[in-house]
Design a protein around this ligand. Structure first.
Ligand SMILES: Cc1cc2nc3c(=O)[nH]c(=O)nc-3n(C[C@H](O)[C@H](O)[C@H](O)COP(=O)(O)OP(=O)(O)OC[C@H]3O[C@@H](n4cnc5c(N)ncnc54)[C@H](O)[C@@H]3O)c2cc1C
Length: 483
């Protein structure tokens, strides 16, 4: 432990009490990775924060000593965003699980950052409300992590991502100050600092309280499972449904390998022999849902669905969703190791990109299972490998990188919802020029001039905030400045 970190540890032991500090090497090891388990770094020190004052004390001590710190919620992130710093402090918010208020009249809730996503919906349910962003990890991931990653989920096609459901955040800035971004109202004047904070992957500060919008439960919900011979047919059905002006609450696709994995794990009973299945959910007012649901079934049949199962009740709906929601973990049943990739393409490119992925897989001998949010073109290819076989991981990495190339070549992005973290920092220059990245760095430096807040994440080449990005001209305007 460096002398500076040791001094921070002593300060925090004095201020917060020894029970909130973890410094035993064996215990520290349990925090060495998040959901990206192949990269591990043992943190220098862990602080188990119980309230905003604890977070401010920990960040303030780090700022005074120039020691890096990293926020961690539940540690389910898939891009290594919560990967600790070996000579820094990991500030864990998992004990901050208080639902401060549920206000059905204003349709909002105020929660601490360690609150589990699904617990917000559980608290809102008695009022006929729910929290709409629903990552597949919603039973374990935290709202603070959701804010940092701007997380999405199956129902974000219709309802939007975390950014559309968070109106305010209390934030401890990287110098230890407590500030408020946004509030309960929908819009605030001035620069949208809340917008900058959401999705900033823990690099602009730590949120200690989040105000979220609650969404009224739909009057009616209908769910179906459609079996197709191929991903081409299923992709055509997705285009037909959305091209018809229907906005399903969710439209999810799984290919044959993902179905095989889900069957092995949870016996979901999906149509035998299917090359792809779609899970389609329609919600809204009863009359509208009945009409739209009939149209969806027609589109599926017209595109070659050989079996359509309609959930008769909530139990059957849960059964249909079980296979989809278990898919990531289920892949462990058919492969000892796998990489969870996350990329986005325009929806219309789905059939072409899926075909290209099949060719890539055949040529390399690396199996790729596909399970994804088809409605918004957010792919989650699961690249399978056996880590015991020499060179297998490298081959899987190559295929995984080639899939991102496909996404970029088709006008898409290297991440849809899992973030850049450490995992994809090296891919950022494939999407952005140096000027783009410099512009993003200016934002980071405005919040964190000392560069101590989750350093080494998102950006491929760390730049000190004192370094002035290259001056460039208006005619060189690049994507980061436009969006
Ligand atoms: C099986 C599985 C399924 C998943 N499905 C989805 C999905 O459908 N959609 C999706 O979007 N993601 C999904 N994920 C990814 C992950 O669950 C989300 O990114 C989630 O939001 C991370 O929350 P967390 O609490 O685990 O955050 P962590 O992993 O602890 O941290 C994630 C990032 O947030 C930062 N952070 C954490 N807390 C705070 C805070 N209070 N203030 C500021 N920064 C903070 C961390 O520094 C880190 O950069 C899935 C993961 C798994 C394992």
């Amino acid at each position: 432990m460096t002398p500076r970190l040791s001094a921070v540890g002593q300060t925090l032991r004095d201020r917060l009490g020894a029970q909130r500090i973890v410094d035993d090497p064996t215990e520290l090891e349990t925090y060495a990775c998040d959901g990206l388990a192949n990269i591990r770094v043992r943190p220098g020190l862990v602080v188990l924060a119980e309230n905003a004052a604890d977070v401010a004390a920990a960040v303030g001590a780090c700022a005074d000593a120039g020691v890096p710190f990293v926020a961690r919620g539940s540690g389910t992130g898939l891009s290594g965003g919560a990967l600790p710093h070996a000579e820094g402090v990991l500030i864990v918010t998992a004990r901050m699980r208080k639902i401060v208020a549920v206000d059905p009249d204003d349709g909002c809730a105020v929660v601490q950052p360690g609150v589990i996503n699904l617990d917000v919906t559980r608290a809102a349910a008695p009022y006929g409300l729910h929290y709409a962003p629903d990552p597949s990890s919603q039973q374990i991931c935290s709202i603070g992590g959701n804010v940092a990653e701007n997380s999405g989920g199956a129902h974000c096609l219709k309802y939007g991502f975390t950014a559309h459901h968070v109106t305010g955040c209390s934030v401890v800035t990287p110098d230890g100050e407590q500030v408020r971004l946004g509030g309960r109202a929908a819009e605030y004047p001035g620069y949208d600092l809340l917008g900058a904070f959401i999705g900033s992957e823990g690099t602009l500060g730590i949120t200690t309280e989040v105000t979220v919008r609650l969404t009224r439960d739909a009057e009616s919900v209908r769910t179906l499972l459609a079996g197709f011979e191929s991903t081409d047919d299923a992709g055509a059905a997705v285009s037909a449904i959305i091209g018809d002006g229907v906005v399903p609450a969710a439209i999810e696709m799984m290919d044959a390998l993902a179905i095989e994995a889900a069957e092995a794990a949870v016996g979901c009973g999906y149509p035998a022999g299917a090359g792809a299945v779609l899970v389609v959910e329609i919600d809204g007012p009863l009359a509208e849902v009945e009409h739209t649901f009939a149209a969806v079934q027609e589109h599926c049949r017209a595109c070659g669905a050989f079996e359509i199962r309609v959930a008769a009740d909530d139990n059957e709906r849960t059964l249909i969703w079980r296979g989809r929601k278990s898919a990531f973990a289920a892949v462990g049943r058919i492969s000892p190791n796998y990489i969870v990739q996350d990329g986005v393409i325009p929806r219309t490119a789905l059939p072409e990109v899926l075909r290209a992925m099949t060719e890539l897989s055949a040529a390399s001998g690396v199996r790729v299972a596909n399970v994804f949010h088809a409605g918004d073109g957010n792919l989650h290819p699961l690249v399978l490998f056996d880590g015991r076989v020499e060179g297998a991981e490298e081959r899987a990495e190559e295929v995984s990188g080639a899939i991102l190339d496909l996404c970029i070549a088709h006008g898409g992005s290297i991440t849809g919802e899992h973030g850049v973290g450490v995992d994809k920092a090296k891919h950022m220059p494939r999407m952005f020029t140096d000027d783009d990245l410099d512009t993003m760095q200016l934002v980071r430096c405005a919040f964190d001039p000392a560069g101590i807040c989750n350093p080494g994440k998102v950006f491929p080449t760390p730049r000190l905030c004192g370094e002035v990005p290259r001056v460039h001209h208006a005619e060189e305007t690049t994507p980061a400045e436009i969006f």
